[in-house]
Design a protein around this ligand. Sequence first.
Ligand code: FAD
Length: 434
Amino acid sequence: MQNKKWGIVGGGMMGMTIAHRLAQQGHDVTIFEAAPEVGGLASSWMMNDVEWDKFYHVILLSDFYTRGILRDIGVEHQLKWVETKTGFYMGGKLHSMSNSIEFLKFPTLNLIDKFRLGLTIIAASKIKDWRKLEKVPVTTWLKRWSGHNTYQKIWLPLLRAKLGDSYERTSAVFIWATIQRLYGARRSGLKKEMFGYVQGGYRTINNAFQKTLQSEGVSIKTKARVSEISSVNGVATIRLENEKFDFDEVVVTVPGMLAASLIPSLSEVEKKKLQNVEYLGVICVALLLNKPVSPYYITNITDTKFPFTGVIEMTALVDPAELKGNHLVYLPKYITADDPLFERDDIFIRDYFLKNFLEMYPAFNETDIRFAGVAKAKQVITVAAIDYSARLPKVKTSLPNIHIINTAHIKDGTLNVNETIRVAETKLNEILNP
Ligand SMILES: Cc1cc2nc3c(=O)[nH]c(=O)nc-3n(C[C@H](O)[C@H](O)[C@H](O)COP(=O)(O)OP(=O)(O)OC[C@H]3O[C@@H](n4cnc5c(N)ncnc54)[C@H](O)[C@@H]3O)c2cc1C
């Protein structure tokens, strides 16, 4: 393809990766990002005087796409790798489930249940063709492999934690992809999986990515909310409130329903397809504490009485010295965009989550909490419903020079930066080499 003028809508990891690959091939690229800074879901915020990711982010040793970008932008050497532990909060108690011995000692499951749980994980890790799993509800698949007891005690709380009530509509691809990610290291020949982060968190990554893009000649417009995208006689136009820009090609990276509203001349069928992709949102309370909560990076919660469905202790992975000696904990809850909790103000949400956090960890009281903040995003994860890939909107639209590439195109993986970059690179390749 000859060198062209490209406009990219969205300056998250997807938009930046697409811009980077286009610029490397000599194209003239402009990114439009509504927020004051690039990074999107992977951007950072201030918690008192500490800057770290707004939502928790971890990098896996087997995240080769992410590591490729980190190399390109010159921060791969700042990666720190740590072996982390996993906990379960069950029946009012914390249990470790970080190795085979702890697995065997794990309460509430008998030996047969444990054997079946292990078998389920092995079965999922061996499956190569995920397409067959798209026809099977995740609940059916897990009950079949693990049995009733393990399903009720382990899988159901985990499904609810990650998918809210949407688990009922989700196919077995979801659990397959989750297990594949955790076993990714072994598949790719690495001995074990490790969790990592870049020193300084995603702030370091976003700053370095922005600098690299600028050095490649990419123009990055922040505080640039796109209001309309159109295409007439081979010219694609991006409109902001008071300005317009013409391009040969435009790539839109925002969620489906938003893309549909930005491009009025899409056909009704295309708009419906985009609007029908179901997303889950997240409400995530971040706490800075004066001491650690547990040794676990993730604590899965199987008790349904808590509003949050997991506890992510970032400083079980990240050196607290990175955060001025503070301990950082995230309390996430995944819900649909129409959940009434999204209507409540931040003070209500903060107090509601805090009250439950203090109940869960009685060794803590209000004086141990140095910061509590609420982060929200309404369209985060697409629900991998039955026959998801067949119903997915195409990258190519009926407007020849307008393309939509977003995380809805992750059809055989979980939502993470590695999959986001993989989709960005493979879909862009399809546009450039039809
Ligand atoms: C709670 C949580 C935990 C996560 N944990 C991990 C993890 O541990 N590891 C991992 O690898 N990944 C993790 N992720 C996933 C990761 O954040 C995403 O995969 C990635 O950030 C998606 O990037 P994106 O560019 O596709 O989307 P986004 O980041 O959503 O980017 C879209 C961009 O478009 C902009 N935009 C929207 N509308 C307009 C408009 N009209 N005009 C201009 N710009 C617009 C937005 O501001 C945004 O910057 C997590 C995400 C969440 C929410």
